[in-house]
Design a protein around this ligand. Structure first.
Ligand SMILES: [Zn+2]
Length: 393
């Protein structure tokens, strides 16, 4: 392990990363911290400890004193080379970290009454710098409401599906921030662990949580129903992927969340669709400008076709993961499924998922040879190369 300090960022990182990569990463984190401070209107007093690990799978979290980022090596290199990749979710962990310092009584309870606000705020902060992300959250919330999948905020538990714990609480919190301002929200945040949280809501925002949630649904009426339904049904289907992929690597269990980066290409098509739709404004405008209407129809068809391919790819991938986590895994069957998933992900241009599948293939090859990596970086690269050869064959 090496150490690098840049202003308030104290970074520890494995020997497999170069000092240049570590320095670039630390600089970006300091920059992101400043953005978080500006959005939350607070000043973070202490240093920020960040620990990078290079692992086969992505996993980010915060504990009391440290932010942990686990990256597959290739993903880390791409993050360093390409600023855009980390942009989504970059402020999330830093928000948790600074809020932990801001709240004088640390949040110790695993499921505090104001649970929704903890993740909600971290999601909302990311959406505050990305309007497209904000529309996505609100569309998803509206869609979940239409499909009857919404829950009252106070009933959302850590065991609920991710879209409820993250995107939905994010949409609601973002709505509150835009209506009442960040200072009121921070005030409320101080009481997330308080048993009288509901009373605090009424004191601080002058409305009960029930009324606020009603206002939120009224606000969501402004979002087009059709797209809300598309987004929600796609997300609800894909949410199932979240719970399955638990696999053992070395002596650790990794839980792989897919939804955050699962179908960038499908979602980006969805958002361009949404842009055209918003530009058109209303359905009657659509009828008057037939060219736009055709363009819209074409985009819709492309979107459906790629969504279908993507879902088939995800199915194969999920099946491969299931077999992999069973006792007597048939490795050849897994490799065949992964290869199918890979070619379908390639068809829709989902490079993030292609990379993910490649990691799994490398892992299966490793397993078939009965070897372990034990931090051997060059050996890991060898397996990844072998995985590429297999997939491109
Ligand atoms: Zn979080």
């Amino acid at each position: 392990m090496k150490r690098y300090t840049y202003r308030r960022i104290i970074l520890t990182y494995p020997d497999t990363l170069s000092p240049r990569e570590a320095a670039l990463f630390a600089k970006r984190q300091e920059h992101a911290l400043k953005r978080v401070e500006k959005l939350l209107r607070l000043r973070h007093q202490n240093d920020v400890r960040i620990h990078i690990k290079i692992t086969p799978f992505r996993e980010h979290y915060v504990n009391k004193s440290t932010i942990y980022y686990s990256f597959p090596i290739f993903e880390f290199q791409q993050i360093i080379e390409n600023n855009a990749l980390l942009a989504a979710g970059e402020l999330h962990e830093l928000t948790h970290y600074t809020m932990q310092e801001f709240v004088p009584t640390k949040i110790l309870r695993p499921d505090p009454p104001g649970f929704f606000l903890i993740e909600g705020l971290a999601i909302a902060v990311d959406a505050m710098v990305d309007r497209q992300e904000a529309s996505f959250l609100h569309l998803l919330a509206k869609g979940a409401f239409l499909l009857g999948a919404l829950k009252p905020m106070l009933q959302i538990q850590p065991s609920d599906p991710p879209f409820l714990r993250y995107e939905i609480t994010g949409s609601f919190t973002l709505f509150l921030i835009e209506r009442y301002g960040i200072d009121k929200l921070k005030n409320l945040y101080k009481f997330v662990s308080d048993d009288a949280f509901s009373t605090r809501v009424t004191q601080i925002l002058r409305k009960s949580l029930f009324e606020l949630e009603k206002d939120w649904l009224i606000f969501l009426e402004g979002y087009p129903e059709k797209y809300a339904r598309y987004i929600a049904s796609a997300s609800l289907d894909l949410n199932g992927l979240y719970e399955l992929p638990i696999m053992r690597y070395g002596n650790r269990w990794f839980r792989q969340g897919l939804i955050g980066h699962m179908s960038k290409s499908v979602y980006s098509q969805m958002s361009s669709l949404y842009k055209v739709y918003s530009a058109l404004g209303r359905a009657d405008t659509l009828c008057r400008f037939s060219q736009l209407y055709e363009l819209f129809q074409n985009m819709l068809n492309i979107y459906y076709a790629s969504l279908q391919s993507w879902q088939e790819a995800a199915e194969s991938f999920r099946e491969a993961q299931q077999i992999l986590s069973s006792q007597h895994a048939n490795c050849n069957r897994i490799l065949a499924l992964l290869k199918r998933a890979y070619s379908l992900f390639r068809k829709v241009g989902d490079i993030v998922m292609m990379r993910q599948v490649r990691l799994y293939v490398a892992f299966v090859l490793l397993k078939m040879k009965g070897e372990s990596l034990e931090g051997d970086h060059s050996k890991a690269l060898g397996f990844l190369r072998e995985a590429s050869d297999f997939l491109d064959r």
